[in-house]
Design a protein around this ligand. Sequence first.
Ligand code: ADP
Ligand code: MG
Length: 704
Amino acid sequence: MSLTSVQKLQQPIEFLKGVGPLRADLLKKELGIFTYEDLLNYFPFRHIDRTRVSPISELKQEEDFAQVAGVVLQAEVIGQRASKRLVVQFKDKTGIMELTWFKGINWIQKSVQPGQSYLVFGRLSFFNGRPQFVHPEIERVEASQSLEKNYLEPVYSTTEKLKARGLGGRQLAKLSFSLFSQLTPHSIPEIFPENLLQTLQLMGRFDAYQQIHFPQTATQATMAIKRLKFEELFIAQVRMQLVRAKRHHQSAGVIFEKVGDYFNQFYSSCLPFELTGAQKRVVKEIRTDTAKGRQMNRLLQGDVGSGKTIVALLAMLLAVDNGFQACLMAPTEILVQQHYASIRSLLATMDITVAVLTGSTKTAERKKILAALEEGSLSLLVGTHALIEETVQFKKLGLVVIDEQHRFGVAQRARLWEKATVPPHILVMTATPIPRTLAMTAYGELDYSVIDELPPGRKPIQTVHRYEKDRSRVMEFIRSEVAKGRQVYIIYPLIEESAKLDYENLMKGYEEVKAFFPEPNYWISMVHGRQPAVQKETNMQRFVSGDTQIMVATTVIEVGVNVPNASVMLIESAEKFGLSQLHQLRGRVGRGAEKSYCVLLTPPTIGKEARERMKIMTQTSSGFEIAEKDLLLRGPGEIEGTRQSGALNFRLADIMQDRSLLETASQQVTQLLDKDPTLVSPENQPLRLYLQQQKTNVNWSKIS
Ligand code: ADP
Ligand code: MG
């Protein structure tokens, strides 16, 4: 690659013929086009076929746009005021049609001369069965001139300000065209090795750029788009995988070299059930990863109820087997207490020390725990983010498990690592399934495990959408379930910003529920974020133990709580919840042997998107499927935790629509880096060079 060709694309846009300083300024401000390269990457959003000139007699209703060539017979202004228009009779050898303008009448009238030849292009419409164009593009031609172009014409989006400066869609096309007249294949050198192009039948790089702007045929345009999408995805994957490889290479990690007595004893005599295949696989992945001498940084995805806790516990036992301490961090007090209780009972017969630390731990207890941690006599610690406070010092921390549920930030995670000279292994568990494609692009530098299988014997949860008018029937249904001895959740939305109003709704709802289910036949628990931790805990506990049959709550119970006897989840104002939250809430029921129900209650009229969400919820129970739908509905920018991820800002590719292309790109990158991890082989030089240039290409004209 010659330097000059690279420099060419770096040239400021004002140097391009037809641009100049004023237009350049607007191109920068309006479209972010600073250089030739930016213009090259400003892709048309569609093409129109001007390769064909149609005979007027053959114009058909189905055609969207059409182009005709002929002679103007007459032009006359008719109508008054709003209906004033210029009507032109236009004729070719086969027939006559009308061209109509409502605006710019004077100007058009001057330029349209009867008896002269024109090429006319526009959106075709029919009036009384006759074809007509309204506001077509019209261009004077010599009768003898060859009219057909040999490429499809690009249509670029533009802005009002640009149009006012003579940079409408067609003018942008002219700029593009003029840019291409200066470029040669050397200006846009290939970056992929030949065999990759061959295997995947990808169009070459220069051709792809040319054909995405000025394709010869629609097929060529499709091929060009495919190549450029692939390139985007491929480059993003290379970057991500290089970062991951570097981390694997450079990060020292504590070594869990053996599976010892704790793990084995637990596995053979304390495990209350057979692990699912997916759980076994993930345990093995963690086992392999933690033995390698580099830090594990693993994201564990698993739908609600897929059994992540037991996997975390096994990993923690592995740490203890190797002389390390381990901790499990969860986002809420309730969840922490539940983890603590279940870990304690699972480990009841084993000689291992476990403690719990939260904001509400009493000072004396806290002191004892901190001392035991520092001295190393405490092996396992469960807690809220109280765990990452300065005062909490481990003697030998080997593993941190974070039951994230999307509530901890990356920064908090980083603080935990700093607690040891050699960083502990990290296992982040999330119950909001992320579609594979999103995980690959947003978290590609993490190691990744999935539990994609639920424990056997789960009964599907029947989900229905009901309206306000059905409320009394819904309540009757709840009564009948309670009569059978089951328990019920009733959830109200609580969105922090409008907490006051939501809080009032919750209280009103609570009173209504109480009126319908009066004491002493019924007992109700209420849990919400404004209660002191102790009160929350007591109310929760009464529901867990079955003292109360109904739990009225906000989404504080969303995470993790486990009450197998609960068979109904009623969600009030369900339209206010996002898909993943609804799915999380639903996951609170269906944990026992009984058939369970989820009722989504909404006002009679809800928005289109909300209706779509309700429909998806009633149709599927797979968290992964729901996550994919969510991604389709909202786009990746809206998915929590991915907002800042620049990796998702693709120009052309769409990680959902193009997921198979993404898979292919990822596989190809893996293969390529397996063979040539540092990109030293000759055929990978262009790629290497490109990556370096992309990194160092500081565009000075953009910094002002
Ligand atoms: P989550 O992945 O949502 O954190 P949990 O770890 O809380 O799920 O597990 C949900 C329930 O499933 C718990 O009651 C747990 O004991 C049970 N469980 C987990 N794994 C299995 C299994 N392999 N077979 C049967 N039950 C299981
Ligand atoms: Mg859990």
